[in-house]
Design a binder for this molecule. Structure first.
Ligand code: HEM
Length: 124
């Protein structure tokens, strides 16, 4: 009988390379953006429908929930665009090797965290 039998995957012991993390985050932020657009379109449509609705949107956006949603939406868009630009560069044939791919993956995650903190500071 085969001694080296396959074992169940232990998800907590798997460490993902930076490129894999950026890829997963790209899909997560893409899906998050899809839902965030519902909120953005609602806010835009409401704000132009009447002055009362505009005041309501303004009031909601000034509250903690509105700020949280706005920061989350901008953060998801920031990451998604950074990831999209990284994809564009890779489509042109750069950053495809293990080392450069690693560096660019870490760079966009770092840039995203810094930009999200800046947006948070400005909007909160
Ligand atoms: C509201 C706007 C957007 C939404 C809802 C959205 C949504 C998504 C979703 C759900 C995916 C994942 C698809 C999959 O993995 O099967 C995706 C992938 C992608 N998005 Fe967006 N996206 C938006 C804007 C953008 C923008 C502005 C860019 C360019 C900077 C962009 C670039 C990309 C690229 C390059 C991929 C493919 C990533 C890959 O192949 O792994 N997206 N998007």
């Amino acid at each position: 009988m085969k001694k080296q039998r396959p074992v169940n995957l232990q998800l907590n012991t798997i460490s993902f390379p930076p490129a894999a993390i950026t890829s997963i985050l790209h899909r997560i932020t893409g899906v998050a953006l899809f839902f965030a657009m519902m909120f953005v379109i609602w806010a835009w449509a409401m704000s132009v429908s009447s002055s009362e609705s505009f005041a309501l949107v303004q009031e909601q956006m000034a509250g903690p929930l509105g700020k949280f949603v706005a920061i989350g939406t901008i953060s998801a868009l920031t990451y998604h665009v950074l990831g999209g630009l990284r994809h564009m560069v890779m489509d042109m044939g750069y950053w495809e090797e293990l080392q450069s791919g690693d560096i660019s993956a870490k760079a966009i995650i770092a840039a995203w965290i810094i930009l999200t903190i800046l947006v948070g500071v400005v909007l909160w």
